[in-house]
Design a protein around this ligand. Structure first.
Ligand SMILES: Nc1ccn([C@@H]2O[C@H](COP(=O)(O)O)[C@@H](O)[C@H]2O)c(=O)n1
Ligand SMILES: C[C@@]1(CO)OP(=O)(O)OP(=O)(O)OC[C@H]1O
Length: 157
């Protein structure tokens, strides 16, 4: 078995939605990023890369490369899943927490879990997506951006 953890933050910018776990969530801001800024998927990718000791998301998808501009982060997750399988592992379970005051994540958590499970080729029951505020404290509490953290357990396939 291997465990991994990941963390990602993106600042709010102009826009009318954020992408979270591959779900387009309406919001009065977007997220500033090279890709689509999906903090859920970025944290999950880093957790998988970490579990495999294969670097991090920037190692695999350098922000210096124009081809990742505006990219759908689900392709990053499918790549991480392919590397996981190639190393002889499958996802045991994943637990993701979105941190921020808004938008509300709970109404979209089921759709996010479906997307993540599809990309990781695992049962939806193996994927948890939850959220918390920071009780208005700090940069997340001031609604300057959104963060996500993820933990994964990989099992031998
Ligand atoms: N962006 C968020 C933040 C929180 N939630 C939901 O609200 C619950 C209460 O959050 P507290 O930080 O006050 O404990 C939390 O358990 C989530 O269900 C959310 O959906 N989106
Ligand atoms: C995803 C990548 C792709 O270039 O860029 P960003 O969308 O800015 O996201 P970040 O979480 O900073 O991870 C780095 C990059 O791999």
């Amino acid at each position: 078995m291997r465990i991994g953890s990941g963390f990602d933050v993106h600042a709010f910018a102009e826009g009318d939605h954020v992408m979270l776990g591959g779900v387009r969530v309406p919001h009065h801001h977007g997220l500033a990023a090279h890709s689509d800024g999906d903090v859920v998927i970025h944290a999950l990718c880093d957790a998988i890369f970490g579990a495999l000791a294969l670097g991090d998301i920037g190692t695999h998808f350098p922000p210096s490369e124009a081809r990742w501009r505006g990219a759908d982060s689900r392709q990053f997750l499918r790549h991480a899943a392919a590397l996981m399988r190639a190393q002889g592992y499958r996802l045991g379970n994943a637990d993701v927490t979105v941190i921020g005051e808004a938008p509300k994540v709970a109404p979209h958590a089921a759709a996010m879990r479906e997307n993540l499970a599809a990309d990781l080729d695992c049962p939806v029951s193996a994927i948890s997506v939850k959220a918390t505020t920071t009780e208005k404290l700090g940069f997340l509490g001031r609604r300057e951006g959104l963060a996500a953290q993820a933990s994964v357990l990989l099992e031998r396939a």
